[in-house]
Design a protein around this ligand. Structure first.
Ligand SMILES: Cc1cc2nc3c(=O)[nH]c(=O)nc-3n(C[C@H](O)[C@H](O)[C@H](O)COP(=O)(O)OP(=O)(O)OC[C@H]3O[C@@H](n4cnc5c(N)ncnc54)[C@H](O)[C@@H]3O)c2cc1C
Length: 313
């Protein structure tokens, strides 16, 4: 295992201290790069208060602005299991550190999970996608994280490891509040399992941002629907982002779609249910009233896109 213990003037090889720390937040930083899950578990158990580094596109920025100040960092990128990306008959196994670009460049994954892949493809820029992971997007616990609503509607399961063993948590239960996830100190996310959807299923994700790109969602909505041969929706999941402390599963919106052919009336009912479930804040990027309205519109539109895709499957 690589371990670098440095003083304040050189927290990382090649990194300038003054751009990392503001004030006297900490005076040293330990950096570990384990090569196995066991080593990572041991390090995170021994060095309480450590933070895991995957792509670093959130963590390094947070350290620079002083909102994160871990005593040590455990970089998981050298662990083979967290770099696994496998599509099989049972679904997608997505290692926690797999970079977004590794996923978006594979059309066979987008063919099965179009909404999840379009959410990943919205993150930042080409450069950001070369580093950022879906695992980091989830663990960062931003209510506006683009992939989380899609993980929820695709029934993703989060695989977690710590010194007391392994456990699994459904994507909709992973985040608890802004910046807080369900991981205990010493635990980390190893991978995300996305089950293979049944035939006639497709998902879609839409977000609203005031710019054309490089912005975080003011509102997001993901929908997955399963359409029967008779054109009737037999199953649905709807999740909304950036309009509550965490991304939310909205069963009432799904209920409005199931048993219908996703006609205008059903789509409007689903949109209304999404708006009703929202409890957004007002900030400079949008008022609560605006977000509440827009989440209904995006839910409606995402459901219509998911239906079209499902009928083509
Ligand atoms: C310019 C720019 C544009 C961006 N645009 C978007 C955007 O459009 N949409 C969007 O959703 N996000 C955006 N982001 C945020 C960021 O890129 C994503 O959230 C990204 O997916 C984070 O992944 P990462 O691998 O870089 O995470 P990291 O920065 O490595 O980690 C993020 C957090 O999760 C923790 N963590 C990471 N992996 C694990 C793990 N396996 N187990 C436990 N904890 C873990 C870290 O300790 C840290 O707290 C943007 C960021 C930048 C800098």
């Amino acid at each position: 295992m690589d371990s670098i213990s440095t003083s304040l003037d050189k927290p990382f090889p090649g990194m300038v201290a003054t751009s990392v720390f503001r004030g006297d937040v900490m005076d040293s930083l330990q950096y570990f790069a384990p090569t196995s899950l066991e080593e990572a578990t041991q390090l995170l158990g021994e060095h309480r208060g450590s933070q895991v580094l995957a792509g670093g596109t959130d963590l390094i920025v947070q350290m620079q602005i002083g909102t994160a100040s871990p005593a040590s960092i455990v970089d998981i990128k050298k662990i083979p299991e967290v770099n696994t990306l496998a599509l099989s008959a049972s679904g997608l196994k997505l290692g926690a550190a797999v970079a977004g670009a590794s996923i978006t460049e594979k059309p066979e994954i987008a063919a099965v999970y179009p909404g999840l892949v379009e959410a990943i493809d919205l993150i930042g820029s080409t450069q950001i996608q070369g580093r950022c992971s879906v695992g980091g997007n989830l663990c960062n616990a931003s209510p506006a994280a683009d992939t989380v609503p899609s993980l929820i509607v695709t029934n993703a399961v989060c695989e977690i490891q710590g010194s007391s063993g392994t456990r699994e948590v459904a994507a909709e239960e992973f985040n608890l509040s802004p910046g807080k996830n369900c991981l205990s100190d010493g635990e980390f996310l190893t991978s995300i399992r996305v089950p293979k959807p049944v035939s006639g299923t497709a998902d879609a994700y839409l977000r609203f941002i005031p710019r054309t790109e490089m912005d975080i969602a003011v509102v997001g909505a993901a929908v997955s629907v399963t359409m029967g041969n008779d054109g009737i929706c037999t199953a649905a999941r709807v999740a909304i982002g950036a309009v509550a402390p965490t991304a939310l599963l909205v069963p009432a919106a799904a209920d409005a779609l199931i048993g219908t052919d996703l006609n205008e009336q059903a789509l409007h009912k689903a949109g209304d249910a999404a708006s009703e479930a929202a409890s957004p804040i007002s900030d400079k990027r949008g008022t609560a009233e605006y977000r509440t309205k827009v989440v209904g519109v995006l839910t409606r539109r995402a459901a219509a896109i998911a239906k079209k895709r499902a009928l083509q499957n």
